[in-house]
Design a protein around this ligand. Structure first.
Ligand code: 5GP
Ligand code: ZN
Length: 117
């Protein structure tokens, strides 16, 4: 765990060196739309402290990150009005992690076919 890692894409996103579509921000976390939208409104929440995954994270950083899930979920619900929402976190390549800065996916689900339209 470190404050910021210059070669990390998500560190560069929350510090605004790389542009992103912001959904929510406070002193501890940053939430933004995933570049490849699994469904409309697919959002990632990241801690502003760099941890590569859940194993590399202390209780304080994890509790701050996970405590912000409801506020971001409600922002998504209000903006996109999905029929449901999946919340997930991938750790290590074998489990599908491709960016090695801890993040939580919020994936809205829709009862109609054209959720990406
Ligand atoms: P993972 O597979 O590690 O759980 O999820 C990483 C996510 O980051 C992927 O869904 C991918 O689309 C997203 N992602 C990767 N690079 C960028 C980027 O530069 N900007 C945004 N907004 N999302 C990104
Ligand atoms: Zn990082």
């Amino acid at each position: 765990m470190t404050e910021q890692q210059t070669d990390c894409i998500f560190c560069n996103i929350h510090s605004k060196e790389i542009p992103s579509a912001k959904v929510y921000e406070d002193e501890d976390v940053y939430a933004f739309l995933d570049l490849s939208q699994v469904t409309k409104g697919h959002t990632l929440i990241i801690p502003k402290t760099h941890s590569k995954d859940i194993y590399d994270t202390d209780e304080e950083v994890a509790s701050r990150l996970f405590s912000r899930v409801p506020v971001v979920a409600n922002a998504i619900k209000k903006a996109f009005q999905p029929s449901g929402l999946n919340i997930l976190n991938n750790n290590e390549e074998f489990a599908g992690q491709s960016v090695f800065h801890l993040h939580i996916h919020l994936i809205p689900r829709y009862d109609h076919q054209d959720a990406l339209g």
